[in-house]
Design a protein around this ligand. Structure first.
Ligand code: 6IA
Length: 140
C-alpha cells in the first residue's frame, strides 16, 4: 500500500517535527512516498530541485498512491492543491488538524465529501485514529 503524506513546506515549516512523527506512524501501514516532508533539512527555501521537477514528481507519486494523508493545521497552497487532485482522482483522503490552532478549516475541505476530517491535539491520539481509518477503508 502506498501512502502520500502532505504537509506544509512553503506555507511554513513550524510543524515539521510533527510531520516526522506522523510519517513514522504511517509507515506501519504502507510505504510513505514523501518522507522528506518530515525532514528538518527541508526548509522553506529547501530542496534543490526546479519547481517543475518537484511538481511532476509529486503529482506522479500522488497518482500512484492509494491514500493521501494530510496534516492541514498550517494552511498551505500546495497541500490544498494536492487534496483537490486526490479527491478528483478518487483517492482516499484523510485530513488531520489541530482545532486549538486552526478552529475552522477552509470550507473547501470541511465541505468536501471526498475528505475524511479528523481533529486531534496530541500525537498519541493518532495511533488509534490511523488504526480505525485504515481498517475501515481497507483496500479491497
Ligand atoms: O505550498 P507548499 O510548499 O506548502 O506545499 C507543500 C506540499 O507540496 C507538500 O505536501 C509537498 O508534497 C509538495 N511540495 C511542495 N514543495 C515541495 C518540495 N520542495 N519537495 C517536495 N514536495 C514539495 C520544495 C522546495 C522549495 C521549498 C525550494
Amino acid at each position: 500500500m502506498k501512502i502520500y503524506f502532505a504537509g506544509s513546506i512553503r506555507g511554513g515549516r513550524d510543524d515539521w517535527y510533527l510531520y516526522r512523527e506522523i510519517i513514522a506512524l504511517l509507515s506501519a501501514y504502507g510505504d510513505v512516498l514523501t518522507e522528506h516532508i518530515g525532514s528538518s533539512e527541508l526548509a522553506v527555501t529547501g530542496e534543490d530541485l526546479p519547481d517543475k521537477e518537484i511538481y511532476d514528481r509529486d503529482l506522479d507519486w500522488l497518482k500512484r498512491c492509494d491514500y493521501l494523508v494530510a496534516e492541514v493545521t498550517r494552511p498551505s497552497l500546495g497541500v490544498g492543491f494536492e487534496i483537490g487532485k486526490a479527491t478528483e482522482w478518487g483517492k482516499r483522503v484523510l485530513c488531520l488538524y489541530r482545532p486549538s490552532i486552526t478552529p475552522s478549516l477552509s470550507a473547501m475541505l470541511a465541505g468536501c465529501e471526498g475528505v475524511t476530517l479528523q481533529a486531534y491535539e496530541e500525537i498519541e491520539e493518532l495511533q488509534l485514529v490511523l488504526a480505525n481509518h485504515f481498517s475501515s477503508t481497507a483496500m479491497k
